[in-house]
Design a protein around this ligand. Structure first.
Ligand SMILES: [Fe+2]
Length: 158
């Protein structure tokens, strides 16, 4: 788990959104969605594009791609740089989730609640399916939802 996270850190530390990624984003997001998307930090934008491209190989439905591109949009509420994110993920792992108790710290709150924050941000813009996927992409209590499982799988792998 820690090794995967370290690999992810180095994968994204020099990441950038290239012209090909921008065309991909252009294809699936409307102007309001793009306005939100480009508020994500660069490494989160790249992560979202990588998740969407992998999801696309398994299910190319527009709602799925849109949800993959927007799944972490709640992170624009409080920007976490790559070091913040890595520290939070490692502390969460070491503390076995007890870090959640420090949700009064905005960065900790955002780390644990970005799915719900994203859902609230997108509520007026997206249909029920996209909202469901964004809201539940870290929810492990929902079983046997094929689309959610695909999104979670590629979110974890990226
Ligand atoms: Fe997420």
């Amino acid at each position: 788990m820690i090794v995967e996270r370290i690999n992810q850190f180095f994968k994204y530390v020099y990441s950038y959104v290239d012209d090909d990624d921008k065309l991909y984003i252009e294809k699936y997001l409307n102007s309001r969605e793009k306005e939100l998307f480009y508020k994500l930090s660069i490494h989160e934008q790249k992560h979202a594009v990588n998740v969407a491209r992998d999801v696309d190989k398994r299910c190319s439905e527009e709602d799925m791609i849109k949800a993959a591109l927007l799944h972490d949009i709640g992170k624009i509420y409080i920007k976490l740089n790559l070091i913040d994110k890595s520290i939070l993920v490692i502390l969460d792992f070491i503390s076995k989730g007890k870090l959640k108790k420090f949700s009064k710290i905005k960065k900790v709150y955002c780390h644990y609640n970005h799915s719900y924050i994203g859902y609230c941000m997108l509520k007026e813009l997206e249909n029920e399916e996209v909202l469901f996927l964004v809201k539940n992409h870290h929810n492990n209590s929902i079983k046997d939802n094929a689309k959610l499982d695909i999104l979670k799988k590629y979110d974890d792998e990226n």
